[in-house]
Design a protein around this ligand. Structure first.
Ligand code: NAD
Length: 344
C-alpha cells in the first residue's frame, strides 16, 4: 500500500451536500482514493446509490445537526447549499441567504469545536461584481476582481461571507481552510428538471425532448447571446482534490476558460443529439451578460487546469439525460425509493 493510500485510509472525511450533484460524485472520488467518508444531506442522492461509508440525513441549518455531522471527522468538504440554476437563484433571495448563511456559520463552527483540521468551502463565480460582467465579450475574471463587491444576487453575497468566514477561522483559530470558486459545473447525475437545473442540463433535456417527440422547437431565455464557460464534473473533482491537498488558502477559480454563448451551447448539444433545432427566444432570467474564468492563478497554484473539452463533457451528459427523458416518456423511470439507500 502506498504511503498516500495509507494516509487516506486513516483520514475520516465529511462531505456535506452528499445527496447533491457534485457532493455525490465527490464521495465516489474520495472512496476510490481510500478515504473513510461520511455523507450528509437533507436528501439521498436521487440518481444512484451513495458510496459513502455512512450517510446521514441531517438539516445543517441546525447547530445540533452540524455537531453530529462533524463528530470524529478530520477533514470537511462543505458543499451543502440551497441553490439551483438562474431561474432559482434570481427569485429566492431571502430563502437562499437565510438557509446558506445558517448552514455555513454552523458547519464551520462545529468543525472547529470537533477538532477538524482541514475545511474546504465551495464558493462560486457568482461572487464577482455585476459591473465587470455587463458585456457578452467579458474580460475573464481574476480572483482579485471580486472587490469592490457587488454580486448580482443574494447567493453571491452569501458565498462572499462564506469566503470571509474561512479566512477568519484560519487566521484566528488555525483551521486550515481552502476556498474554491466554481464556474458552471455540469455532468451526469445532476438535477435536469424541476426548476433548479442549470443551463447545460436544461438544454440537454429540451433537446432530448425535441429529438424523442419530433418537435424541434426549444425555448431559450433571452436572446441567447449571454456568455459563460462550462466545466465538466471530472475536472471539477480533480481540481477540488488538488486544491484541498495544496497549501493555498486564498479563493481560487475552478472552471474552463472557453467562453460560449447559450445559443452556441444549444447548437453543440443539438449536434451531439444529431438533430436540427428551432430556437424560440422567450423572456426569462439570464443572469449577468457575460462571464468567464481567468485561469492564470489556477495554473500557477495547481500546475493544472481543466482538460475535458466542452464537446466531450456534453456528449456524456446528453447521453445520460436522453436516457432519463426516454424513461420518462416511456413511463419506465426507475422509482427513486430503489436508488436512495447506501450500498451495503
Ligand atoms: P446541489 O444542489 O446538487 O447540491 C447541494 C446539496 O446541498 C443538495 O443535495 C441539497 O439537498 C443539500 N442541502 C441543501 N440544504 C441543506 C441543508 N439544510 N442541510 C443539508 N444539506 C442541504 O448543488 P451542486 O451543484 O452539487 O453544488 C455543490 C456546491 O457547489 C454548492 O455549495 C454550490 O453552491 C456550489 N457551486 C456549484 C456550482 C455548479 O455549477 N454546480 C457553481 C458554483 C458553486
Amino acid at each position: 500500500m502506498s504511503e498516500q493510500v495509507a494516509q487516506a485510509k486513516a483520514t475520516r472525511v465529511l462531505v456535506t451536500g452528499a445527496g447533491g450533484f457534485i457532493g455525490h460524485h465527490l464521495v465516489t472520488f474520495l472512496k476510490r482514493r481510500g478515504y473513510w467518508v461520511r455523507g450528509v444531506d437533507i436528501k439521498y442522492p436521487e440518481f444512484a446509490p451513495t458510496d459513502a461509508d455512512e450517510f446521514e440525513l441531517l438539516d445543517l441549518r441546525r447547530w445540533d445537526n452540524c455537531l453530529q455531522a462533524t463528530r470524529g471527522i478530520d477533514e470537511v468538504y462543505a458543499l451543502a447549499a440551497d441553490m439551483g440554476g438562474m431561474g432559482f437563484i434570481s427569485s429566492n433571495h431571502a430563502q437562499i441567504l437565510r438557509n446558506n448563511a445558517l448552514i455555513n456559520l454552523h458547519t464551520i463552527e462545529a468543525a472547529r469545536i470537533n477538532g477538524v483540521s482541514r475545511y474546504f468551502f465551495t464558493s462560486s463565480a457568482c461572487v464577482y461584481p455585476e459591473y465587470r460582467q455587463m458585456d457578452a465579450n467579458v474580460t475573464p475574471l481574476k480572483e482579485e476582481d471580486v472587490y469592490p463587491a457587488q454580486p448580482q444576487d443574494a447567493y453571491g453575497w452569501e458565498k462572499l461571507i462564506g469566503e470571509h468566514l474561512c479566512r477568519h477561522y484560519r487566521e484566528e483559530f488555525g483551521l486550515e481552510t481552502r476556498v474554491v470558486r466554481f464556474h458552471n459545473i455540469f455532468g451526469p447525475l445532476g438535477t435536469w428538471e424541476g426548476g433548479r437545473e442549470k443551463a447545460p442540463a436544461a438544454l440537454c433535456r429540451k433537446i432530448a425532448y425535441a429529438k424523442l417527440t419530433g418537435n424541434p422547437e426549444i425555448e431559450i431565455w433571452g436572446d441567447g447571446e449571454q456568455t459563460r464557460s462550462f466545466c465538466y464534473i471530472d475536472d471539477c473533482l480533480t481540481g477540488i482534490y488538488k486544491l484541498m491537498r495544496s497549501d493555498y488558502h486564498e479563493p481560487l477559480n475552478l472552471g474552463q476558460d472557453r467562453m460560449v454563448t447559450i445559443n452556441q451551447l444549444a447548437d453543440i448539444i443539438a449536434e451531439i443529439a444529431g438533430i436540427e433545432i428551432v430556437k424560440k427566444h422567450v423572456p426569462g432570467p439570464q443572469g449577468v451578460r457575460g462571464r468567464n474564468s481567468d485561469n492564470t492563478r489556477l495554473r500557477q497554484v495547481l500546475g493544472w487546469e481543466p482538460e475535458i473539452s466542452l464537446e466531450e463533457g456534453l456528449a456524456r451528459t446528453y447521453a445520460w439525460i436522453e436516457e432519463q427523458v426516454r424513461a420518462r416518456l416511456e413511463g419506465t423511470a426507475i422509482p427513486q425509493a430503489t436508488l436512495n439507500k447506501p450500498s451495503p
